[in-house]
Design a protein. Sequence first.
Length: 145
Amino acid sequence: MAKIKETFLVVVALVCFLYPAFAVKKEDLLFIKYHIHITNDLPSDLPPGVPYLELHCKSKTKDLGLKKMLRHDDYSWDTKINYWRTTLFFCNAFWEGKQRYFEAFKATRDEHRCRVYHNSCMWSVRDDGIYFSKDNSTWKNAYPW
Ligand SMILES: *[C@@H]1O[C@H](CO)[C@@H](O)[C@H](O)[C@H]1NC(C)=O
C-alpha cells in the first residue's frame, strides 16, 4: 500500500514540476522577435531606379501588400511565434514574367535555424532562385525559379 502511494506521489511530482519546466522552455521561443529579410540580388539591365522585382507577402491574418524592389533593396519585417506554432508568412515573387511561391517564415521550420544570426531569416532573390541563409554567409538555393 505504501508503495502505491509513493509511486502516486512521484507521478504527481513529475507532472507538476517537470512538465511545466518543458512547457516554459517551449514558451521561451514565443517571446522572441524574429526578423525576416528579403534582398533583391537579381542582375538587371534596366536603368537604375526602375523597380523590377515584386514581392507579395502575407500571413493567414496579415497582408503585407505588394512591394516593388530596386536592386539591392532589403525588405524586412518582424514576427513572433504564436502559441500553436502555426505562424506562417508566405510570399510570391514576380520577376521577368516568372512567379515563385516561397515560405519566408514558418514557425516549425524556422524557430531554431533563424536564431543562429540575430534571430534573422535571410533570403536573397537571385536569377536562379530564392536563396536562404541562417548565418548571412552561406547560402542555399531553397526555391529555384
Ligand atoms: C548580412 O551581411 C551583409 C554584408 O556584410 C550586410 O550588409 C547585411 O546587413 C547583413 N544582414 C543582416 C540581416 O544583418
